[in-house]
Design a protein around this ligand. Structure first.
Ligand code: MN
Length: 228
């Protein structure tokens, strides 16, 4: 007998190619990759040619229902990072790239919200990024499109109040999805319900109360939201 009842997993709508909802994806865990686009690595002061990818995670409580998202009061500098998100349906343990890609059951657009001031302090003090990256609501996610990884030629962008802030294409990823998932599966046994944030192109910047945002990847459901 269980002695308590856990909260239900947050669920992302899953849409077919025509946009009809076919079900939901319960989010179990969230893994993220840092500096996976060279131009973003450079804007953060790093040389992408000299650094292998590194991973971090967010608690599942980072997925909050939208479309209005609150920001934490402890930071004065919450940045947007628009990212391709991948939803896994299968276990992956030291998978090769083909196995990794076959485990993807849906793809969508997410924001890796980052408390840049808290992150800068953590970097300076050699502390973890948990608070900077994992606060409640730090992972706004749009609906998922059922199926595998989208074409890597697809553009990815984020507009805030109608102004394009971030722009790139998925093929700018230093570690594309198959290689990224294969590598991650050597560090953690990946599970159904895992949601992977695959990194952000350049142009990150602050979000403020009242801002409206639109995250887009060609062929995937748009992430619409506003900051409350
Ligand atoms: Mn990110």
């Amino acid at each position: 007998m269980d002695l308590l009842t856990l909260p239900e997993a947050p669920r992302l709508p899953v849409l077919d190619a025509a946009g009809a909802e076919v079900g939901t994806f319960p989010v179990g865990r969230i893994f993220c990759v840092g500096r996976n686009y060279g131009d973003h690595a450079r804007e953060m002061g790093h040389d992408p040619d000299r650094e292998p990818p590194f991973f971090f995670s967010k608690p599942v409580s980072a997925v909050a229902p939208g479309p209005v998202y609150g920001l934490p009061g402890f930071s004065g500098d919450i940045h947007h990072e628009v990212e391709l998100i991948l939803a896994l349906q299968a276990r992956l343990d030291h998978a090769d790239e083909a196995e990794a890609l076959a485990a993807v059951t849906g793809a969508g657009v997410g924001l890796d919200l980052t408390a840049r001031d808290i992150q800068a302090e953590a970097k300076a003090l050699g502390r973890p990024w948990l608070v900077a990256k994992g606060f409640d609501g730090a992972a706004p996610c749009g609906a998922l499109r059922q199926g595998g990884v989208p074409a890597l030629s697809a553009p990815i962008s984020l507009a805030v109040n109608g102004e394009v802030r971030q722009q790139g294409t998925l093929d700018q990823m230093l570690w594309p999805p198959g290689a990224l998932l294969a590598k991650l599966s050597t560090l953690f046994v990946l599970q159904p319900g895992d949601l992977i944030f695959t990194g952000t192109p350049a142009g990150v910047g602050p979000l403020r109360a009242g801002d409206r945002f639109e995250g887009k990847i060609a062929g995937l459901p748009t992430l619409y939201g506003a900051i409350g």
